[in-house]
Write a protein that binds this ligand. Structure first.
Ligand code: HEM
Length: 329
């Protein structure tokens, strides 16, 4: 069957979705939708465009090594290149407005493998499927309440995150004050083949307020996150504790819009220490594609369709920006 015929069939089967909504969104469609919504900054990422690179070091605890054979979790000191970012494709996204924020990490493991993570400061995701992600970009390009309402009706799961964040400012006091979550589920594997589904989080070890209210943020201007990070690093250590939350029997492993609620076993898996902020405008990590499916042996992706869609979308964005950067040289 031709791709277009398949899409029409699927659309018809998906009763309840607005006209034109398909069950599966192709990664190139998603990247095009991001480009149409935010515009294109040649040589830059199509999402999480504004960001700051850093270097750091990670060291796992003995508890973590009991759950996975990954060299990431055996306790060696592991060098890290990372990037903090504002969600969305606006290179000039104002720091003092509410948004979601990212922390991406590339670990270079003792045996030469690379292991990557790209997390958000959200407790869980707004949509359950790549189609929801695509339709959100299409509905929110130009403010149109009718389109947004149709999107929210077609993807009712979005209400869950909306309600969880209601009343929160989401304007960061600093990238280093935020907790970052894997949101998607991953499967840890031991040398003897025991599997444990987990979600992970990086939580600042210093307990300071993570977000500012609008008045506090107004006077800081639109670009305070870099200087705040640098100033706080100059005056003390910045660290995150990595926590692994182990799935309960009835937890959703393939839907990132569903939080794992109630009591869970949580393990302290390690510490990430920030070492230096790269003030030379994105220099070191410009050439990195923080594909979250680049994982070391001992950590596997779940079948979450959002997680699976991220890898091809990041590759398309990376391919485009690399080509553009080469053309500029
Ligand atoms: C279908 C869902 C998603 C799509 C299509 C998508 C797409 C993208 C794209 C195209 C990029 C730019 C990649 C590059 O040029 O290097 C990106 C960056 C990023 N995404 Fe996603 N994303 C999705 C879901 C998520 C989720 C669930 C998370 C977190 C749990 C996340 C966290 C990030 C972060 C932190 C970055 C910035 C990485 C960097 O600093 O280079 N994304 N995303």
């Amino acid at each position: 069957m031709k791709k277009s015929a398949l899409y029409v069939t699927v659309s018809v089967l998906c009763a309840g979705l607005p006209l034109g909504v398909n069950a599966a969104a192709a990664p190139d469609q998603i990247v095009t939708a991001l480009e149409n919504k935010f515009g294109v900054y040649p040589g830059e990422r199509r999402n999480h465009t504004k960001g700051i690179c850093f270097t750091g070091e990670f060291q796992a605890t003995a508890e973590a090594s009991a759950l996975s054979r990954s060299p990431l979790l055996q306790g060696a000191a592991i060098p890290v290149i990372g990037r903090f970012s504002q969600a969305g494709g606006n290179l000039h996204a104002p720091d003092n407005k509410p948004n979601a924020h990212g922390m991406a990490l590339r670990f270079t493991l003792p045996d030469g493998q690379l292991h990557q993570m790209a997390m958000l400061d959200l407790p869980f995701f707004d949509v359950a499927t790549p189609e929801g992600f695509l339709q959100k970009q299409l509905a929110t390009g130009k403010p149109d309440p009718a389109k947004i309402q149709a999107f929210e009706q077609a993807f009712p799961e979005t209400q869950r995150l909306k309600q969880a964040l209601a009343g929160q400012s989401r304007i960061p006091a600093g990238y280093h004050r935020l907790s970052y979550n894997s949101i998607n589920t991953f499967i840890l594997e031991t040398a003897d083949g025991k599997s444990t589904p987990v979600r992970w989080a990086f939580i600042p070890t210093e307990d300071k307020p993570a977000y500012l209210n609008a008045e506090q943020a107004e006077s800081l201007g639109t670009d305070y996150l870099l200087s705040r990070l640098q100033t706080d690093l100059d005056s003390g250590d910045i660290r995150w504790r990595m926590e692994l939350t182990l799935a309960n029997e009835d937890d959703q492993l393939t839907d990132p819009s569903q939080p794992w609620s109630g009591p869970h076993q949580v393990i302290t898996a390690g510490t990430l220490q920030l070492q230096a902020v790269d003030t030379a405008a994105d220099a070191d990590c410009r050439s990195i594609n923080f594909d979250p499916l680049r994982l070391s042996d001992g950590v596997k992706p779940s079948d979450d369709p959002i997680l699976q869609a991220r890898s091809p979308a990041y590759a398309i964005s990376f391919g485009k920006r690399s080509q553009e950067a080469n053309r500029q040289d």
